[in-house]
Design a binder for this molecule. Structure first.
Ligand SMILES: [Zn+2]
Ligand SMILES: [Zn+2]
Length: 131
């Protein structure tokens, strides 16, 4: 990806910009991501919180993960578009949904996580590393 990464929600009410490269990029098949996206998985990348500017009216929906950490899903109060995720287990990262990028084609997934909750109809590139 380019050094300056920008994106936002469908209505433009939430915008983000980061100057750093993504730390890592994932496809997540956990049940929460399935519900948030209404699909079989979320595609997301992690960036350093301190190097990222996030603006707009974000509503956070919080859930408790199996490991006890608090996971927050941030979406736009106006258009409902899920944009960002945070977890208390990794407070140094913001996770952005790949399709919120201004240039979604620059997203490069590196690994698949929570494959144990994958749906039988959700087919992921078999060359990707599984966690
Ligand atoms: Zn919006
Ligand atoms: Zn997930």
């Amino acid at each position: 990806m380019s050094p300056s990464i920008t994106g936002g929600c469908a209505c433009g009410g939430i915008r983000y910009q980061t100057q750093t490269e993504p730390e890592f990029s994932i496809i997540c098949q956990c049940r929460q991501c399935q519900r948030i996206t209404g699909s079989g998985h979320a595609a997301a990348f992690a960036v350093n919180t301190d190097a990222t500017r996030l603006q707009g009216k974000i509503k956070y929906y919080q859930t408790q993960a199996d490991d006890g950490s608090t996971v927050s899903s941030g979406f736009c109060k106006n258009c409902g578009n899920p944009v960002v995720k945070k977890t208390s287990g990794y407070p140094q990262y913001l996770f952005f949904h790949a399709a919120t990028l201004d240039d979604p084609a620059c997203f490069e997934p590196q690994m698949v996580v929570y494959t144990e909750s994958a749906q039988p109809w959700d087919h992921i590139d078999p060359r990707l590393q599984r966690r």
